[in-house]
Design a protein around this ligand. Structure first.
Ligand code: AFP
Length: 333
């Protein structure tokens, strides 16, 4: 009889067994994140049929038009976690302030920071989307202050993403390698499909919105032009692949090598992406897989966190490719 492939639940329980002092809270937390992924995947699959495409008419804290699916994905997180007793803080890209957890209700020691639906420009055109999550631990008494939720990326207990593509995949790390689980929608179980993912040290693909090229500093333009120049010896030109969804592009690089950039612009030196619930979690995943994540001049996980929705430039992917980007952006090349 062939053994059942490992599932997310079995993988988490086995990992928990390796931590004698584990209370099981983290295992439950990860299982609940898997549940939110199933709920969001289900909504995305039916979106065109039940009139949940398009915008709500509102704008979020980022000043961006809110898509109905942004709100629905955010609500899925609240429904699953607000009364779960597993978390003591919930921080979402869609909400200016941390979610108010009910008084006199059990809470847990974990703080969950997330982008519930990444790639919103893709919602109405059936293109890939993602969810990104970062897990911190609160060691203080009672509920954490907002300041205690704003931590450097190296303080993360775990991090990961769910990609809603041709299949739904949950990819995460708890500091012991990166593992990918593919959802079997027929039975609603995630199966271990990519154990111990290792990103190639170099790729031949780059992902960046070249429509912004005129806004970049000269060093960034020079780097992207370098990738596009023909040179058999150094394996150029790289192929351009940009999906409009950070999770999908990073997932491509994680499995096949290459790099994604959302660089600093002359008028926006802080870039577009968010440190706490986009760059930090993806940086932890990519570093655990042997890759690199940088602002272009320094390691993402070392960036001082100052505010909940702090932006940061991001260059992430294969180690050699990110190092090459840094050489250009630091003026070494
Ligand atoms: P949205 O969720 O607002 O579409 O932003 C997606 C994103 O954060 C990231 O997923 C994409 O790589 C990047 O922004 C796309 O931004 P541009 O549309 O400016 O290229």
């Amino acid at each position: 009889m062939k053994p059942l492939p490992s599932t997310l639940t079995r993988h988490i329980i086995r990992s928990q067994a390796a931590h004698p002092g584990a209370t099981g809270e983290f295992s439950l937390l990860m299982a609940q994140i898997g549940l939110v992924g199933k709920m969001i995947a289900n909504d995305l699959r039916r979106a065109g049929l039940v009139n949940i495409l398009g915008t709500t008419g509102g704008t979020n804290v980022q000043g961006e038009a809110v898509k109905k699916l942004d709100e629905i994905a955010n609500e899925s997180f609240l429904k699953v976690f607000q009364y779960s007793g597993l978390v003591c803080a919930l921080v979402s890209e869609e909400m200016e302030k941390p979610v108010h957890l009910p008084e006199n209700w059990p809470t847990g020691k974990y703080m969950l920071l997330f982008d519930p639906l990444d790639g919103s420009s893709n919602t109405d055109v059936n293109m890939p989307l993602g969810t990104i999550f970062s897990i911190l631990r609160h060691d203080g008494k009672g509920l954490p202050t907002e300041a205690e939720m704003i931590r450097k990326g190296t303080k993360q207990e775990a991090a990961g993403y769910i990609m809603y593509g041709s299949s739904t995949m949950l990819v995460f790390t708890a500091g012991h390698g990166v593992h990918g689980f593919t959802l079997d929608p027929e039975i609603g179980e995630y199966y271990l499909s990519h154990e111990n993912i290792q990103i190639p040290s170099r790729g031949r693909v780059y992902a960046v919105n070249e429509g912004n090229a005129k806004k970049w500093p000269e060093c960034t333009r020079k780097f992207v032009e370098y990738l596009k120049a023909s040179d058999k010896q150094t394996g150029r030109p790289y192929a351009g692949r940009y999906s409009g969804c950070l999770v999908a592009d990073v997932h491509r690089m994680l499995l096949g090598g290459g790099l994604y950039l959302y660089p600093a612009e002359v008028d926006k030196p802080e870039g577009k992406l968010r440190l706490l619930y986009e760059a930090n979690p993806l940086a932890m995943v990519v570093e655990q897989a042997g890759g690199k994540a940088s602002t272009g001049t320094m390691r993402i996980l070392d960036v001082e966190a100052k505010s909940l929705h702090q932006r940061v430039p991001l260059v992430i992917g294969s180690r050699d490719d990110v190092t090459l980007a840094e050489d250009f952006m630091l003026g070494v090349r």
